[in-house]
Design a protein around this ligand. Structure first.
Ligand code: FAD
Length: 418
């Protein structure tokens, strides 16, 4: 069956797809967005939206909806790295100063609703089974399988793969992967009723990274990241493994023991790290389909939002004309990679669970108790301050001074002796 002709068909209607469809539709494009699952279905993901992602929601006029839905904001963080503790608030970034943690059952339908409100057509529970091409190999549309097994061909100037890390679109077009690192960590998360948190809590211990954040319905979500080689052991008794991990994080274990676990522990070792070339003739990728990283730093949703803005701008600039679209898409890839490569480096470093290096310990000790510098450091973690700039020699020398640098040298020497 032949369907309609669209300016864009977006495959996937979550963080990346619904946002891209909304922005394209707001720009005047005729957009169809499809998803194989029902809108509002949960997915395997926690949901800290870092400051750059929250800034996107604010720009799009959607942050008020999260606030109206009583989604709690975390303005302050306790960061405890192997016993060195920093406590402070986030810096203000593009007018926002709080991380939000909406469950995907709240966030994704809200985005879908906004896409519909902008004029995009949304069809859920339909699956894109493959792509259509012209004689030159240019992608011209998608083959969609409906709920009753019927197949429709939807034609489009641009097919957008917002279909996650296992992207069908990326596979069908043979998108090239680069800067790929196999999974380093596995993650386990669950929800607690009656586990009070004053904001976000992040704990680093040898072989462990733990986060605790407030989320919807008064629940607290805890995320435990461990080296991927521990996954088999963890999955034998995930509940016990999680509580044992929380027990290593100050009084978090004690608070969890006095709380009620509201949902089963969900665990996954499927946490790849990779960039893919995000465009080609008639197609583009956005969100995890084009760039996926270990969620240990919780950058995925924010990256998906920022990519959605860049991709929608490129598509609107191209206006369906391949000659104008090609350079706009090249600029999209360049801007995405420049913005996210430092985040990938920080993510891989964190997911390697390497013990705190002497210079890191000295730096964190220097920041402890300094509200302004702690805030800037939290800005790095949330993706609002560039890690390469922050950890660059000049800034570190400024922070540590001569005395601090001498301490680093002494600490390195004694670490080597040990
Ligand atoms: C355990 C875990 C914890 C995480 N925690 C965080 C966090 O705290 N903060 C954060 O920012 N990020 C986190 N992430 C990452 C985050 O989940 C992703 O970055 C984000 O979901 C990417 O959104 P997306 O829209 O690109 O893809 P997805 O959310 O994967 O959505 C893709 C959609 O495409 C649909 N689809 C796929 N194939 C087809 C097809 N053929 N036809 C039709 N539809 C299709 C799927 O049904 C799905 O709905 C976490 C990830 C994991 C695994």
């Amino acid at each position: 069956m032949t369907g309609q002709r669209w300016d864009a068909v977006v495959v996937g209607a979550r963080a990346a797809g619904a946002a891209t469809a909304m922005l394209m539709a707001r720009g005047g494009m005729r957009v169809l967005v499809v998803d194989k699952v029902a809108v509002g279905t949960d997915t395997l993901s926690t949901h800290q939206v870092q400051l750059p992602g929250v800034a996107c929601l604010a720009r799009w006029g959607l942050l008020d909806r999260l606030v109206a839905a009583k989604n709690p904001a975390a303005r302050r963080v306790r960061f405890d790295m192997d016993g060195v503790v920093l406590e402070g608030g986030y810096p203000t970034y593009q007018g926002v100063d709080a991380v939000h943690g909406p469950r995907r059952t709240l966030l994704d339908p809200m985005l879908v609703d906004a896409a519909r409100g902008a004029g995009a057509e949304v069809r859920d529970q339909v699956t894109v089974a493959g792509l259509c091409h012209d004689v030159d190999g240019r992608v011209t549309g998608v083959r969609v399988h409906g709920r009753g097994g019927d197949e429709t061909v939807e034609t489009a100037s641009l097919v957008v793969g917002a279909d996650g890390k296992g992207s069908t679109v990326a596979r069908e077009v043979g998108a090239t992967a680069y800067r790929e690192t196999p999974a380093l960590s596995a993650g386990s998360y669950t929800y607690w009723a009656g586990l009070p948190v004053a904001g976000g809590e992040i704990y680093g211990r040898p072989g462990l990274l733990v986060g605790a954040w407030p989320t919807d319905d008064g629940l607290t979500v805890t995320y435990v990241g461990w080296p991927s080689e521990r996954f088999d052991e963890v999955r034998r008794d995930p509940e016990a493994a999680v509580v044992a991990a929380l027990d290593r994080c100050g009084d978090l274990g004690e608070r969890a023991r006095s709380a009620a676990r509201a949902e089963p522990v969900r665990s996954t070792p499927d946490l790849p790290n990779r960039f893919r070339t995000p465009y080609g003739p008639g197609w583009a990728l956005v969100g995890d389909a084009g760039l996926v990283m270990d969620p240990i730093m919780a950058y995925g949703i924010g990256h998906a939002f920022c990519d959605a803005e860049r991709l929608a701008a490129a598509a609107l600039e191209g206006g369906g004309d391949p000659a104008r679209t090609e350079p706009a898409m090249a600029a999209y890839q360049q801007a995405r990679d420049a913005a996210t490569m430092p985040a990938m480096a920080l993510t891989l470093d964190t997911a390697s669970f390497a013990p705190l290096r002497p210079e890191q310990r000295v730096l964190l000790e220097r920041l402890s108790g300094d509200a302004q510098e702690t805030s800037r450091f939290l800005g790095v973690l949330t993706g609002a301050v560039s890690p390469s700039e922050y950890f660059g020699g000049r800034n570190v020398a400024r922070l540590l001074g001569l005395r601090g640098m001498a301490r680093v040298v002494r600490a390195r020497v004694s670490a080597r002796r040990r």
